[in-house]
Design a protein around this ligand. Sequence first.
Ligand SMILES: Nc1ncnc2c1ncn2[C@@H]1O[C@H](COP(=O)(O)OP(=O)(O)O)[C@@H](O)[C@H]1O
Ligand SMILES: [Mg+2]
Length: 412
Amino acid sequence: MRVLGMMSGTSLDAIDVALVEFARDHDDPSLLRGRLLHLGEEPFPEDTRDALWAVLPPAPADVATWNRLHAAVGDAFAEAAAAVLAAHGGADLVATHGQTLHHGVRVDGTVHATLQIGDASRIAAATAVPVLHDLRTADVAAGGQGAPLAPLLDQLLLGGQAHPTAVLNIGGISNLTLVGAGDVLAGDLGPGNALLDAAVHAATGRAADLDARLARTGTVDRTALATLLADPFYARPLPRSTGREHYDGQYLRRMLGEDSLAALALPDLLATLVELTAVTIARGVAPLGARRVVASGGGIRNPLLRERLAARLAPVPLVDADELGIPADGKEALLIALLGYLGAHGLPGTLATRDGTAHTGASRPVVLGALTPPHALRHLPVPRSDSTAAANAPVDSTPVGRLLLERAEERA
Ligand SMILES: Nc1ncnc2c1ncn2[C@@H]1O[C@H](COP(=O)(O)OP(=O)(O)O)[C@@H](O)[C@H]1O
Ligand SMILES: [Mg+2]
């Protein structure tokens, strides 16, 4: 089954895409092979990004604005999907995460609701391919955090290791999965790039401090760092999740106070925020006994953050996911493609722990996603004419135990 996975994280920097051909191993049906046909980024239209930035918390937004953005984000994803499928061949399924508008965390840390926008009907209309979407709400309905979703992929790729590995992704928010040490443990660790990007954007209008050019010229403000580290979020046990509702455009003002924030020069503020991300990740990893940290996400492309994180983690080594054959930039889109494959086969998208609950804290692992049009996959698997899948193969509902990646893609 060929699946196009599409993801846009809290950074709003691009639509990440992964076109993957999934097939069960002939001899071992619990082994899933994923051939990476294409990994890349499609542009996020600037006007839609600006409109999203303008309505993200704590800005007030009316329902009409959200409705318009639901369609606009749907169009952006539809255009991205159509472009990838036109250039790299069709797919049996498009799986889309969409854009998180709101992730509602109660004061006690439980999640009451989560909302991803990006109208799936528009993607289906533009591609004539069925679309699996809304990948978090089923877990929230079962009492889970609806996040992070990466652990299933992390477990299938790295769970067989002899030593515990911490799998880290530094997007807008940083999150972590511990595999290879009994039950998978996972959660969001802290701000990742979100506060950095917001501070640069507020001061310069630019989306990010590219290559940490500004942060490198600054000095960490120890008082401000200590104040930021006092956020009770860091003391919450895993699984925990967070988002832009917490690390919003007013977060630094609230935490540091208007005057102290104004007194910080931009490079010093950025240096302090880089250190905050490095420290919160290192503190999250420290108690887990991981032998190494395997990292992905845009944050590892920030050279100063990488350096500071490696220094804070030492002697635990920081390894690029790429070095293990896992695409560091396309990992989240690959994850969405995998969730598409699993959802289409009626297989859960979260992991079971020993007591039968899900890694997200839900009462049980559940099948994730909603399908449009709803009848599209009833004859699954539908071998496409050029697919290698044998015609009339039985629907493969064997749980997947391992994912083996094969790289056939060209990088866009
Ligand atoms: N060369 C770089 N220098 C500094 N920061 C970078 C660089 N490349 C990527 N980033 C950071 O990574 C972010 C994008 O990471 P990504 O993993 O796509 O996050 P998300 O999943 O939230 O979309 C950018 O917003 C930026 O903060
Ligand atoms: Mg991104």
